[in-house]
Design a protein around this ligand. Structure first.
Ligand SMILES: [Zn+2]
Length: 339
């Protein structure tokens, strides 16, 4: 079985975005927030069957861990109430996709984060999504300010109540920022990759995993700049008298394969232990075009992994086994289906 750990509902039906626009207009105008617009099952079917589902089948994957569109989380827009309402609507829509295609999609939630609002206020939505909607993880934004980095580092104790709940529910988080309102940082070209790299360095500097040995994070986009600069991070850990990365951060941190060319994937697999790599494509997402040098979609990452000629056992780890280990709730679900 092939599990893609990184997919977003980037093609949600128009009423979803229309609701968002009405919601933000109401907030700006100081009016009562509107309720989400009706979306039919057929609209949902159409939105995924011609996109994610079609590509998934064409490319030969089986299941996608599916979450709301990351750039649209926009935690920096509106206020806590706006973020809460939008988040619920986004997560409810993911639940409906999963209900329509339970064999193919499994839910991961967005959180109702807001700048300068305690992460503890996101616990309720995490619990609702995991316990009521059957989700298996969450996307955690280390920078709800949208590019200004006003939050404490991820290793700060202010994040601990949320981590305690993650451990209790046995769910991992993908580190995932949203849109950038800082014009220095292009969202998907700079802000995302900066955040991936920044989160890794925070984990290296901190002692988070001594306090939470069972906490698990996925750092997407191939780990940002980390694998390419692996020697720098190992050297810094040594200089800072931190434990070796293999004994410290890499017991709890995993990278996906959203690297959109063969040399990048080659390097990722050269440098990072196979047990820490999860197949992901982020389709239909940040980079949607066709690579003129290969004639293939940039985000068809399965193709690059297949070109590596790994052993059968290693392919199992990357495509299925590691995901089942990092997301135990997927493992339990698949086992209940005899898979
Ligand atoms: Zn993403």
């Amino acid at each position: 079985m092939i599990i893609d750990c990184h997919g977003h509902y980037t093609t949600a039906p128009a009423p979803h975005q229309n609701f968002r626009e009405a919601q933000l207009a109401a907030f700006e105008g100081g009016l009562a927030l509107p309720t989400p617009l009706t979306i039919s099952d057929d609209q949902i079917r159409e939105s995924v069957e011609s996109n994610q589902l079609k590509l998934l089948r064409e490319r030969g994957a089986d299941m996608t861990i599916f979450s709301p569109r990351a750039s649209a989380m926009a935690h920096h827009i509106g206020d806590e109430q706006v973020s809460k309402q939008w988040t619920r609507a986004c997560n409810d829509l993911i639940r409906r996709v999963v209900e329509l295609y339970p064999e193919t999609f499994i839910g991961v939630c967005q959180l109702p984060q807001s700048p300068n609002v305690s992460i503890s206020n996101s616990i309720e939505e995490l619990e609702r999504c995991v316990l009521e909607l059957g989700f298996v993880g969450c996307n955690l934004n280390p920078d709800p300010s949208g590019g200004h980095w006003t939050s404490a580092p991820l290793t700060d104790k202010s994040w601990y109540p949320f981590y305690e709940k993650m451990v209790e529910l046995n769910v991992p988080a993908m580190i995932h920022v949203s849109g950038s309102c800082n014009h220095n940082f292009h969202a998907t070209g700079a802000h995302y990759l900066n955040a991936d790299t920044t989160a890794f360095m925070q984990f290296l500097q901190g002692d988070l995993f001594s306090d939470f040995p069972d906490l698990r994070f996925i750092i997407p986009h191939g780990g940002g700049a980390v694998p390419y600069h692996w020697g720098r991070f190992r050297g810094l850990a040594d200089m800072m008298q931190r434990p070796a990365l293999s004994d410290h951060v890499m017991k709890n941190v995993f990278f996906d394969t959203c690297v959109y060319h063969q040399p990048g994937i080659d390097l990722l697999f050269d440098v990072i232990d196979i047990d820490n790599i999860l197949f992901g494509s982020e389709m239909v997402g940040a980079v949607r075009g066709i690579d003129s040098t290969t004639g293939q979609y940039f985000d068809d990452t399965k193709r690059y992994i297949e070109a590596l000629n790994l052993s059968k056992q290693d392919y199992y780890k990357v495509f299925e086994g590691n995901a089942r280990r990092v997301y135990p709730r997927i493992d339990a679900l698949l086992e209940s289906r005899g898979l």
